[in-house]
Ligand binder design. Structure first.
Ligand code: SF4
Length: 291
């Protein structure tokens, strides 16, 4: 017999609210360590100063419960939900949006969503709707990750529909070109999430998921790990540096996520994220339902 489980919509709202506030105000520790390392090895004084300001800003944000950046982003929410779970008192999508609404209102976070993208461009007033990505799992819990993404770096992200013959070198050159073209616009130091494979729409999602991988961990397959290291090296050789002032570190970290693809193609998505790579995750355990 397969047991069934339930979770309340209000619990989802509470968790999304808390995660959105946390993500906007606390820079992940691993990222802070990487910025600290970049500061320690930097030789140019202006670049050193920029790293120091970024770290002070993160400290102040945490201490005063203020957002790390004025652009509190589109609220990107990843939901992994067990297939045996029912949400008992409402729609899960409404619950997520209510959580975002509360966080952005109660936390005085900037609301950046316009309802119509081209003509009217009027602000929705509460940073909803969230961008929600769903994954069904076999578990009996709901895992939620909230990752607000500012548009300064999202605007600089790119998709390339490469040919299989372009190989690893083609991928690396495309990534370096995307970062070179972006210059100081995505608020470096940056983190790169790179999707390879899939098709036009799935490669973009893979690149965003790549950004959420643990800091400093290389790909489990040696060839991809080598590519990540090579991209780190070549992008840092561009010398864009923190804030675009020049310096040794333009990119803090690189992660590749791969997908099966078509024999005739090799899509590549480069998701550039600024140093404010904000994300927080939490879980709700399902309660068994008595039949
Ligand atoms: S790119 Fe990042 S750091 Fe720059 S304004 Fe946007 S969210 Fe803030």
């Amino acid at each position: 017999m397969h047991e069934r489980y339930e979770v309340g919509a209000s619990e989802i709202t509470e968790l999304v609210r808390d995660l959105a506030l946390k993500a906007n105000m606390l820079l992940p520790d691993g990222l802070k360590r990487m910025i600290g390392d970049a500061y320690n090895k930097e030789k140019m004084s202006i670049a050193k100063e920029a790293f120091s300001d970024i770290l002070k800003n993160a400290e102040l944000a945490a201490e005063k419960n203020m957002p790390i950046c004025q652009d509190c982003g589109l609220a990107v929410v990843f939901i992994e939900i067990g297939q045996r779970i029912s949400v008992c008192d409402g729609s899960i999508e409404d619950a997520v949006n209510e959580g975002i609404r509360r966080a952005y209102t109660e936390g005085y976070l900037r609301k950046s969503v316009v309802k119509d993208p081209l003509f009217r461009r009027e602000n929705s007033g509460d940073n909803t709707p969230a961008v929600i990505h769903w994954k069904i799992t076999t578990g009996k819990d709901i895992k939620i990750t909230v990752s607000p993404k500012g548009m300064g770096s999202e605007n600089m992200s790119r998709i390339y529909m490469l040919k299989p013959a372009d190989g690893a070198e083609g991928v690396i050159k495309s990534v370096v070109e995307a970062v070179r073209t972006a210059g100081p616009n995505p608020c470096p130091p940056i983190v790169l999430g790179i999707g390879i494979g899939g098709n036009f729409e799935t490669v973009a999602l893979a690149s965003k998921l790549a950004l959420l991988k643990p800091e400093g961990i290389r790909h489990r397959i040696p060839e991809y790990a080598e590519m990540e290291n090579e991209i780190l090296k070549r992008v840092n050789e561009l010398g864009i540096g923190p804030g675009g002032y020049g310096g040794m570190t333009t990119v803090l970290d690189v992660h590749i996520e791969t997908l099966p693809t078509h024999i005739a193609g090799m899509p590549v998505a480069v998701n550039i994220c600024c140093h404010a790579l904000r994300h927080a995750e939490g879980k709700i355990e399902g309660r068994p339902i008595d039949d």
